[in-house]
Design a protein. Sequence first.
Length: 397
Amino acid sequence: MLDGKRILLIIGGGIAAYKSLDLIRRLREGRAQVRCVLTPAAKQFVTPLSVGTLSHERVYDDLFDLTAEHEIGHIRLARECDLVLVAPATADLLAKMALGLANDLASTVLLATDRPIFVAPAMNHVMWANAATQENVAKLAARGIAVLGPDAGELAEGEIGLGRMREPAALAASIAQHLAASAPLAGKRALVTSGPTYEPIDPVRYIANRSSGKQGHAIAVALASLGAETTLVSGPTRLVDPPGCHVVHIETAQEMLAASLASLPADIAVCAAAVADWRPAHAATSKLKKDGSTPHALELAENPDILATLAQNVARPRLVVGFAAETDNLLAHAAAKRVRKGCDWIVANDVSPATGTFGGDANTVHIVDATGTETWAPMSKKDVAARLAARIAKALA
Ligand code: C5P
């Protein structure tokens, strides 16, 4: 859920600032983009060099840095993010926020942002318990700012009490949870089929096709990043399992059907797999020999149609999307296919060899639904996936 999210991390000047380095690492492990602002006091605890090295981003620490203002500006810094996290949030920073002061870059950004704000307080337990701090924190919470911690335990000065900054892993998990809960497809379940199927002739030979799985995998990632609990049923591909999805590996069409049905109930089904229409009717259990005993013709049996089975199921997902890969009469075939299979939308694409769609990174698609056809400009398969996921979210809203 952190994947691709832009987090502005404001590091306050407390000893817990050293934990922010680990926090940056963990957020980046979840594939978030982390941009950091250091308060002047924070620079006494961690250096801009270490923060910049871990975040892979320029570090911002001066409100009056003309170069930084020229390049990005503190208002853009405040807005070009999905959320702001203050960790550690010192008593001083919390007080500035409660009062609405804007006398350095961190406090100015906090006043200028319209994004969700999270604070992870860290301070001595007596400072935390002080009525001033408690009033400030109550004010912030009443304004909708999420207060994560502090936790109890041994503090830097050797005293024991409430004041430790919450551990980076727990903070990263809270942020991921928040992003998931507020995502457009939160609470929705999605099933995506992807890749080719392998239909065995004997234990070493099979019938397959040229599908790379790139488009289907990208759709699973895009749905998951909008908060859908996503199952990806994948035929054999060269792709790594995408993070944030439950991946079920199968080989044959029959296995793909069983895995797809097992993932129901679902709200969304996107069948992007290039399922083999036929399989050898009698796969040999041992390797066929060239000794004349092997028949020269393969007897084929028709495979189940997964898309049609899902679309006509008693537990039909609310939105069923199929693909039509055609080399001629694309739109006419796609419209007929939508009706024949009983799905809601067909994503039609021309897979003539000249288009380079099969195995390539780009795609030109047309969305055929009950109201007509929408043609999208050529774009990367990732962009097709993001746009399709956004269209799905809108349809289910
Ligand atoms: O009939 P055709 O193979 O052209 O239909 C393509 C669409 O149907 C794709 O969405 C594909 O994933 C799906 N399909 C399926 N099971 C099959 C054949 C196709 O789910 N056996």
